[in-house]
Design a protein around this ligand. Structure first.
Ligand code: ZN
Ligand code: ZN
Length: 627
C-alpha cells in the first residue's frame, strides 16, 4: 500500500480515470513514483494513456528524471507518437545527453505505424544543433521536405537555427532567402537574429553587420543581440556605438540591453555613460536586481569610482554571492585589501556562502597589497573551510602574490606541486616576478616553460624578450625576435582610451591618426622636457629592440597611455582630473612619467591597466609602486 504521508494521492477507487486524473495533478517525481507503482499493481500501467502521462511528467518536470522516463518508455509495448515526441524533446534539451534524442528518433523512423510530425522536428533539430551534427541535420532536412512540412514556421525556424549553430551559414542564408512564405514581420526578424548570432559565432563581423543593417524592422532583441555579440568578442567601442545608435533610432533599451552594454562601458572606463545607464534604469522603472546591480557595481569600480560602487552595493539584494563578488573584486582592483577583507567577513556574517569567484577577488586583494600571510590563510579557508576545489586562477593568484613579494622560490614550489597543470598565465606571473626581482635563472626556466605552453602567444615572446633585454643579452633578444618573425607572431598592440566630454578617444602606440595629432605631439615633447628637468630618466628596459638609447627613449615616449595623457592635458581645463584605461599592464616608464606629470601639471590622473587602478596625485601613486 501507499505510505500514509501522501493520503491525497490514494485514489478513492482504482478506476482508470481516477488514477489518470491523479497523475495529471501530480507535482513531484516522488508522488509520480508512488502512483506508478500503484498503476503497476492494479495493472493500469497497460492503459496507454496512463503510461504516456507518467512518461510526460517524468520527462518534462523540472528537473526531469530522464533515466526514469526512458525506462517507462522502454516498457511501453506500443508507445504513441506523443510519447516519442515527449522523450525526444526532453533529451534534446538535456545538458548531458542530447545524442539520446537522435537515437530515439531513429527508433521512431523504424517503427512502421508512426511517422514523425511537425512537433517532432523542432526538438530533433535542436538536438542536432547541440551536438553540431550537421550531417544528421541535412538528412533530417531532406525528410522534412519529403514529408511536406518544410513550410511549417516552427520547423523552418529550427532548420535555419540548426544550420547557423553548426556554422553552415550559406545553407542558413539560402533558406532565409526562401522564407517569403512566412507571414508577418516577426518571423523574418527572428530568422535574421539567428543569422546574426551565427555570423558572430564564426567571427564574421562584416557579414553579421550586413544582415543587421539590411533588416527593415529591428526589435529590441536584434539590438541587444548586436551589443552582446560585440562585447563577447571584445569590440567594446563598437558595442557602445550600437547602444548610442539604438537610442538615436528611437529604440528603448530594456533590462537585457543594460546588462549587455555595461561590461563594455566598464572595459572602456566610460564613467559618464555608465552613470547615464544607471539613471536610465531608475527612471524607466527597470528593476535593479542582483544581476543588473552587480553589473553596475562592477562598472563603477572599473570606471574608478569605488565609493559609488559601494553605495550601489549597499542598496542591492544580498542573498547571492554575485553582488558580493562584484564589490570584493572591485575593491581588490583598487588596492583596498582591508576593505575587501572586511566585506568578506560581512558576507560570512550574512550567511552567504562565498563561491570560488569570491576567493579570486580576495586573493587578488591580498596580492596587490602584499598581504602574503593573509593570502595563504584565505587559500586554506577556501579549501578546508568551504570545501572549494582551487582552480587554476586561484593558484595563479597565489603564485602572483608570492612572486610580487619576492618570494620566488616559494612560488616555484607551488607551481611544481599544484595538482592542476599550470598554464601560461601562471608562468607569465612567475616570469614577471623574476624580472621585477632580477632573478634571471628562474626567469629563464619560467620563460622556456611559457614558450612550450603557448608557442603562438605574442605576450610570451614579449616577456621573454624583456627578460633578456633586462639582462643586456641582445643576442638572445634578437633570436626571440627572429623566432616571432618565423612564426608570424605580432605583438599585441597597446591601446588606451580616454573619455573627454562624453566622447571616447582611442589611441594605440605611436598613434598619429587623431585629428589633433600635431598638438598632441608637441604636448608629448613639452612633457618629456618638463619631466627631464624634474630629474626623470627614461626607463627603457621594457623596449624590445637593441637600438640606441635615444631611439628607445622615443619608443617609450609614444606608448599609448602617454599619448592619451597628452590629449587629456590639451583638451581639458587646468585642474580637471583625467582618467585613462589601458588594455595591457602599464610599463615602468609610463608609471614613473605619469607620477611626475601629476605633480608638474597639478592633475589627478587615474589609470586603469589590465590588472588594477593607479591613482596618481602630486607625484605619488596609490599602488606605492607595487603592481
Ligand atoms: Zn609605457
Ligand atoms: Zn601605480
Amino acid at each position: 500500500m501507499l505510505s500514509s504521508s501522501v493520503p491525497c494521492l490514494v485514489p478513492s477507487s482504482h478506476s482508470p480515470s481516477s488514477l489518470l486524473l491523479n497523475l495529471k495533478s501530480t507535482k513531484t517525481l516522488k508522488d509520480l513514483r508512488q502512483l506508478h507503482s500503484l498503476a503497476i499493481k492494479t495493472g493500469q500501467i497497460h492503459n496507454p494513456l496512463t503510461a504516456a502521462e507518467a512518461l510526460r511528467i517524468s520527462a518534462l518536470s523540472n528537473p526531469p528524471d530522464l533515466q526514469y522516463a526512458r525506462k517507462l518508455f522502454d516498457q511501453m509495448p506500443e508507445p504513441n507518437l506523443f510519447s516519442y515526441n515527449t522523450l525526444i524533446r526532453a533529451f534534446s534539451e538535456s545538458d548531458d545527453n542530447p545524442l539520446e534524442a537522435l537515437q530515439i528518433f531513429l527508433q521512431l523512423l523504424h517503427y512502421e505505424p508512426l511517422q514523425p510530425n511537425r512537433y517532432t522536428f523542432p526538438s530533433i533539430l535542436k538536438a542536432c544543433a547541440r551536438i553540431k551534427g550537421y550531417e544528421h541535420g541535412r538528412q533530417i532536412h531532406c525528410l522534412i521536405v519529403k514529408l511536406g512540412i518544410a513550410h511549417d514556421g516552427f520547423v523552418f525556424t529550427n532548420l535555419v537555427r540548426m544550420y547557423s549553430v553548426c556554422g553552415l551559414m550559406d545553407d542558413a542564408q539560402s533558406l532565409v532567402r526562401k522564407s517569403s512564405f512566412l507571414s508577418g514581420n516577426e518571423a523574418g526578424i527572428v530568422l535574421n537574429n539567428i543569422l546574426i548570432d551565427g555570423y558572430f559565432r564564426l567571427r564574421m563581423i562584416r557579414e553579421a553587420r550586413e544582415v543587421f543593417e539590411t533588416m527593415s524592422n529591428r526589435t529590441v532583441v536584434s539590438w541587444n543581440g548586436m551589443i552582446s555579440n560585440l562585447v563577447e568578442i571584445g569590440l567594446f567601442k563598437e558595442a557602445i556605438d550600437i547602444f548610442h545608435r539604438m537610442q538615436v533610432e528611437g529604440m528603448k533599451p530594456n533590462y537585457v540591453t543594460l546588462v549587455s552594454v555595461l561590461p563594455a562601458i566598464s572595459r572602456i572606463g566610460a564613467l559618464e555613460l555608465g552613470k547615464w545607464v544607471h539613471l536610465y534604469a531608475e527612471r524607466s522603472g527597470i528593476v535593479v536586481d542582483d544581476i543588473l546591480g552587480s553589473a553596475l557595481v562592477d562598472m563603477y569600480s572599473k570606471c574608478g569610482n569605488i565609493e559609488k560602487a559601494i553605495q550601489v552595493f549597499e542598496g542591492l539584494p544580498k542573498g547571492s554571492p554575485i553582488t558580493w563578488n562584484a564589490l570584493i573584486s572591485g575593491l581588490a582592483m583598487h588596492g583596498q585589501a582591508r576593505q575587501a577583507l572586511k566585506y568578506f567577513k560581512a558576507m560570512e556574517q550574512a550567511s552567504v556562502s562565498p563561491s570560488d569567484v569570491t576567493f579570486i577577488g580576495i586573493l587578488n586583494a591580498c596580492s596587490h597589497a602584499g598581504f602574503v600571510c593573509e593570502g595563504r590563510n584565505y587559500f586554506d579557508i577556501m579549501v578546508k573551510g568551504y570545501g572549494l576545489r582551487p582552480r587554476l586562477e586561484h593558484y595563479g593568484c597565489l603564485v602572483d602574490m608570492l612572486g610580487r613579494a619576492g618570494r620566488i622560490e616559494e612560488a616555484v614550489e607551488i607551481v611544481k606541486k599544484m595538482p592542476v597543470k599550470p598554464d601560461d598565465v601562471i608562468y607569465k606571473a612567475l616570469l614577471s616576478a623574476c624580472m621585477l626581482h632580477e632573478n634571471s635563472e628562474l626567469g629563464a626556466w619560467a620563460a622556456n616553460k611559457l614558450v612550450e605552453l603557448a608557442p603562438y602567444d605574442s605576450g610570451c615572446y614579449v616577456l621573454l624578450s624583456n627578460l633578456y633585454a633586462s639582462m643586456g643579452d641582445w643576442e638572445a633578444v634578437a633570436n626571440v625576435r627572429l623566432k616571432m618573425k618565423e612564426l608570424d607572431i605580432r605583438k599585441d598592440p597597446g591601446c588606451s582610451w580616454i573619455t573627454v566630454d562624453g566622447i571616447v578617444h582611442e589611441f594605440v602606440v605611436e598613434d598619429d591618426t587623431h585629428p589633433r595629432a600635431t598638438e598632441i605631439k608637441s604636448m608629448l615633447e613639452e612633457m618629456a622636457d618638463k619631466l627631464r628637468s624634474e630629474g626623470y630618466v627614461p626607463d627603457t628596459r621594457g623596449v624590445l629592440v637593441n637600438i640606441d638609447e635615444e631611439e628607445k627613449e622615443s619608443a617609450v615616449l609614444h606608448h599609448s597611455e602617454k599619448i592619451a595623457l597628452s590629449f587629456g592635458l590639451i583638451s581639458t581645463n587646468p585642474g580637471v582630473s583625467l582618467q585613462i584605461v589601458k588594455n595591457l599592464r602599464i610599463c615602468a616608464d609610463c608609471h614613473e612619467s605619469i607620477k611626475l606629470a601629476s605633480k608638474i601639471y597639478g592633475r589627478r590622473i587615474i589609470v586603469r591597466d589590465r590588472i588594477r587602478f593607479h591613482h596618481f596625485e602630486d607625484g605619488f601613486c596609490s599602488c606605492n609602486n607595487y603592481w
